[in-house]
Design a protein around this ligand. Structure first.
Ligand code: KG4
Ligand code: ZN
Length: 467
């Protein structure tokens, strides 16, 4: 409170939030922000590559810690991502300069075992994490001491995998007394578009398409999202991966990219798969039915995949598989087009000023997806914004960047203790919605993915701001 009183009647130079954590193990959502203002003479000198954290801790033991007061370009954040099958780290400066980016993929494991097995993925993360993080720091020519904070994905994702990244982040942050920013993986997919497209302002619409999620989100402001649609069963990336596997493709490249490549050689109109959920006038998605249609098409053509990978298929067999790939892709993407058209109508009603549709997540690196969605967006007078493919698939840059966005408005956790025990109970959110559901957007179709463990990111942030 002392800090609050100090600022009255003095010229305001900068501002910060102070958080009062309810425990020492949460992220900012558990914290209660207090708005304080600093007089310029009270600000510590801005030192770009030095943690500004400690000097600003307010005397009162209840009020810790204070936000570092730093110019955007002085902030340097390490981002760590381990929510699924990629171990990734990156160092990004507040002005969006990417100082380094390292990704260690588990594609080989995926190809061998046919999917992500949590225990195996955890082991692969454990083997890779130290090297990946060190490489990211080395490539940026920095040490952990030079960082302003560490950002790490805390959900949604596989608990065992999330834990590896979070523990690593806490170890570094504890050793160097750095604040931690807990990141929502899907928010990071959306916000990385603001790094690559500097004039992308809120509000905007975002289609997030990955291996585990299909989301249509109206991003009203930082931390304020309305969920217009989600998947009621599988995500599109999962459908690409399964189809690729059933067609005997080389999964080492990743199922999605392999299928996209084969689809270029096929006739997309040869098989009339039905478009999912046309009877449901909402913005939700379903890919389970399309997967079944593909499976039946493969069986009816008697393509014997178990014994014949695509590399050794005869020309007829190969062309038959290419037709299935192209027909699948056409319908999978038509489903996206349908939902985006409706979402644009809804979004313009809620926020008439939106100008852009952001498309991000692994599947957004697909050129056919981009081309088709570009048509939809142009017809509505909006602009399509897609991050480059390397920033669409899981990466550390998106985590670091989202960390920067939140850090600059003072949303972060205090540094962990330097000697935190190994078995410390960390805050993980394997099932964590990004935004509140748009009431008119509730699916009539039965959703299998209703179970929620955590309140949405948006409701947590809104709640903390009202306190
Ligand atoms: O965002 P992401 O890297 O990880 C998750 O958060 O799930 O997305 C991975 C998904 C995988 O299903 C992968 O096959 C798919 O994105 N993907 C693609 C392409 N590149 C990656 N799908 C279709 N075409 C692509 N070019
Ligand atoms: Zn992802």
């Amino acid at each position: 409170m002392a800090a609050l009183l100090l600022s009255s009647a003095l010229p305001i130079s900068r501002f910060a939030f102070i958080f009062k954590p309810s425990s020492h193990r949460g992220w900012f959502p558990n914290s209660r922000p207090l708005f304080i203002q600093f007089r310029r003479s009270l600000c510590p000198p801005l030192n770009p590559l030095q943690s500004q954290f400690k000097p600003l801790c307010v005397a009162s033991s209840a009020l810790k810690p204070a936000a570092p007061i730093m110019a955007r370009e002085d902030v340097v954040i390490l981002g760590i991502e381990t929510s699924c099958d990629d171990t990734a780290a990156a160092v990004v400066r507040g002005n969006g300069e990417i100082l380094s980016q390292v990704v260690s993929s588990q594609a080989d494991l995926l190809a061998r075992y046919g999917g992500v097995a949590p225990k195996m993925a955890e082991e692969a993360h454990l083997l890779a994490i130290d090297k990946v993080v060190q490489q990211a720091l080395d490539n940026a020519n920095l040490t952990a001491h030079d960082l302003s904070a560490v950002a790490v994905t805390i959900g949604p994702g596989l608990s065992l995998c999330l834990r590896v990244g979070v523990c690593k982040a806490r170890r570094i942050a504890g050793m160097h007394s750095l604040p931690i920013v807990g990141i929502h993986h899907m928010e990071a997919h959306a916000l990385v578009a603001r790094l690559t497209e500097k004039d992308l302002h809120f509000p905007f619409l975002a289609l997030l398409i990955s291996g585990g999620h299909n989301l249509l989100i109206l991003a009203r402001d930082l931390g304020h999202y309305v969920q217009l649609g989600t998947t009621i069963d599988d995500a599109i990336g999962e459908a690409y991966d399964k189809t690729a596997r059933w067609l005997g493709l080389d999964m080492k490249k990743g199922g999605g990219p392999a299928l996209e490549e084969l689809a270029r050689q096929g006739d997309a109109d040869s098989i009339k798969f039905s478009i999912p959920m046309r009877q449901h006038k909402d913005c939700n998605f379903s890919y389970a039915g399309l997967k079944t249609q593909v499976r039946l098409a493969i069986e009816s053509r008697k393509i014997c995949i178990e014994n014949t990978p695509i590399s050794s298929a005869n020309p007829d067999d190969r062309s038959s598989r290419a037709d299935i790939a192209a027909s699948f892709q056409r319908v999978a993407v038509l489903h996206l087009e349908d939902r985006c058209e409706r979402a644009i109508e809804w979004a313009l009603k809620i926020e008439p000023s939106i100008k852009c549709l952001v498309v991000s997540g692994g599947v957004a690196s697909n050129q056919y997806v981009r081309k088709r969605l570009n048509h939809v967006v142009n017809n509505s007078g909006l602009r399509l914004v897609c991050p480059p493919p390397s920033l669409c698939t899981d990466n550390g840059v998106m985590v670091a960047w989202t960390g920067i966005e939140h850090f600059l408005v003072g949303r972060f956790d205090p540094p962990p203790l330097a000697n935190e025990p190994e078995d410390y109970l960390v805050d993980l959110r394997p099932r964590w919605p990004l935004g509140e559901e748009y009431s008119q957007g509730r699916s009539e179709a039965r959703s299998l993915k209703r179970a929620r463990i955590h309140p949405s990111l948006t409701s947590i942030i809104q709640g903390s701001m009202q306190q």
